[in-house]
Design a protein around this ligand. Structure first.
Ligand code: DON
Length: 303
């Protein structure tokens, strides 16, 4: 496959068109990002790498990090994790509170904020030093000791994080948060503040394209766990736009309100796109457009 030519050609076509959408201004620091940043990076499990545009500039990966926290909690707790949260698409926005009352504090899936908060709670119970130990996990996973949280972004979100604070306390009232909600929220805001550039993102996620193993053979998750995380990304990775992403792109993926998207083609590649302007569902406008053209042109979707 002539990945380089195809990625460059689609990049040029997308950048030549309108850049619709809005920055995630509800987090003050994210409102300061240049809305015209646009980068793409692809990594194959055979070791090929292709990058264009702002693919070497770090950005806030936000909810993309929820896949990584889930992977560590799943690795440590195994199937018992599903007693604390579901595996169904919510059909609601990422920060919705509405289903939790009827569902008695059991979030529909691990990628909506409610589910990610429960995963943070699980990790706080399991890890000695949650923030440090999680960072060590990410650095080992990516072979990149420079990866880090952004305290500026974490504090910025914490200062206005009213919905997440409400969600966490509401879930606590049902008994599905075991630790101090403020500790859970602090871990959650730091998790979301992780920064990566496109290349770091595609490298970190390669294990999900490689049956749960890093390219050096180290097992992160077993084959069944890897299948399940990819399935959750397929069905829940874009909240109430998950069906449309699947329809247009046809790959498991995960978005973040920093404007990043990671998508995975099992046994082939990972591809990361970053463009900060978001559509009404909170997903990168150019990111989805790029990926739709990429899988259409290459015929490399999972369907
Ligand atoms: O909790 C929040 O609102 C953000 N830290 C993360 C939300 C997010 O990235 C949703 N993704 N599209």
């Amino acid at each position: 496959m002539r990945y380089k030519e195809i990625v460059e050609e689609i990049y040029e076509s997308v950048i030549g068109e309108e850049n619709s959408g809005r920055l995630a201004t509800y987090i003050p620091e994210l409102a300061k990002v240049n809305p015209d940043n646009f980068g793409v990076h692809l990594s194959t499990i055979d070791g090929e790498n292709v990058g264009v545009g702002d693919c070497c500039q770090r950005f806030s990966i936000q909810s993309i990090a929820k896949v990584l926290s889930l992977s560590l909690a799943y690795k440590k707790l195994g199937e018992r994790i599903w007693g604390r949260l579901g595996v169904e698409p919510s059909g609601t926005s990422f920060n919705s509170l509405v289903q939790l009352e009827a569902d008695k504090g059991i979030p529909r899936n691990p990628f909506i904020n409610a589910g990610a908060l429960v995963i943070c709670d699980i990790l706080i119970t399991l890890l000695d030093n949650p923030k440090e130990d999680f960072l060590t996990y990410i650095r080992d996973l990516s072979d990149n000791p420079t990866l880090d949280y952004s305290s500026v972004i974490a504090e910025s979100e914490q200062s206005v994080g009213y919905r997440n604070i409400a969600l966490c306390h509401f879930i606590k009232s049902f008994g599905n948060i075991k630790n101090d909600p403020m500790e859970v929220l602090d871990f959650y805001f730091n998790l979301c503040s992780l920064e990566m550039d496109g290349r770091e993102l595609t490298h970190t996620f390669l294990f999900l394209a490689n049956g749960g193993r890093k390219l050096d053979g180290t097992e992160i998750l077993n084959g069944s766990q890897t299948k399940r995380i990819n399935a959750l990304m397929q069905t829940c990775g874009f909240y109430d736009e998950s069906g449309e992403f699947s329809f247009k792109v046809g790959l498991p993926g995960k978005s973040g309100v920093g404007g990043g998207i990671i998508a995975i083609h099992p046994n082939r590649y990972t591809i990361g796109v970053w463009s900060p302007k978001l559509n009404d569902k909170g997903n990168s406008y150019r990111g989805i457009k790029f990926l739709e053209r990429f899988t259409t042109h290459t015929k490399l979707s999972i369907f």
